[in-house]
Design a protein around this ligand. Structure first.
Ligand code: CA
Length: 224
């Protein structure tokens, strides 16, 4: 599970990140509006924990922007503003839940898990896009009805590209999506390059030579 925490209070941010890392989430944290915008433009998260009062912007605007991008990452607002008006505004803009500060991390955890459970009941485990039929639960994929034999990394990469089809995704975004924040420690993106290369080769074997394009200096695009 991939979690983004947007919170400018460093101590709270750190404790949330540490808690959820232990729960086996891949966690990323940002402390302001501008970095949060970059993260949501580049990646897809299972859940975003969003503070409303940020030094350079309002979390509600970020939520609006997320929906404008047609992304449906789960969002749980954490805020000290406990007025009914703010809660309603947040929920109206498409937040999935609202937790008033201060709270126990175990409550945040329970709420996030409840959201993700509800979400997985609603969304199908099957992803169909163009020629691809992907079973996310069984982790199998076919292209034009032909089975693709993919490694774990190639499968995650394909799902990520399909979810971001017809858009350019950067190597950085791919690395972060597949490896989380650990990608900061990897000196080069050679591994992304080699996984892209392998995936392209496997698609070519099925007769699809040009689905994944390299966009010079920017990244890759899957056209469907
Ligand atoms: Ca704040």
């Amino acid at each position: 599970m991939h979690l983004l925490v947007v919170e400018d209070e460093q101590t709270l941010l750190q404790s949330i990140l540490e808690y959820f890392a232990q729960e086996d989430f891949i966690c990323e944290g940002v402390v302001n509006y501008a970095s949060a915008v970059n993260k949501i433009e580049d990646s897809v998260y299972d859940c975003i924990v969003l503070d409303l009062n940020l030094p350079d912007g309002n979390g509600l605007r970020l939520l609006q922007y997320l929906r404008k991008l047609k992304k449906d990452d789960c969002v749980i607002i954490i805020s000290a503003r406990n007025s009914l008006k703010d809660k309603i505004a947040g929920l109206d803009l498409g937040a999935d839940d609202y937790l008033t500060k201060p709270f126990h991390l175990s409550e945040l955890n329970a709420r996030i898990k409840a959201l993700l459970r509800r979400r997985s009941q609603h969304t199908s485990d099957i992803l169909i896009a163009g020629i691809f039929f992907i079973d996310l639960a069984a982790r199998t994929a076919t292209c034009d009805g032909q089975k693709l034999s993919l490694t774990k990394g190639e499968f995650d990469l394909l799902v990520y590209l399909v979810n971001n089809k017809n858009r350019v995704v950067s190597r950085q975004a791919i690395a972060e999506h597949i490896y989380g924040d650990q990608s900061d420690n990897i000196p080069s993106f050679d591994f992304v390059y080699s996984q892209i290369k392998n995936l392209k080769r496997k698609l070519k074997e099925k007769g699809h030579d040009d689905l994944i394009q390299s966009v010079y200096g920017l990244g890759y695009k899957l056209s469907l």
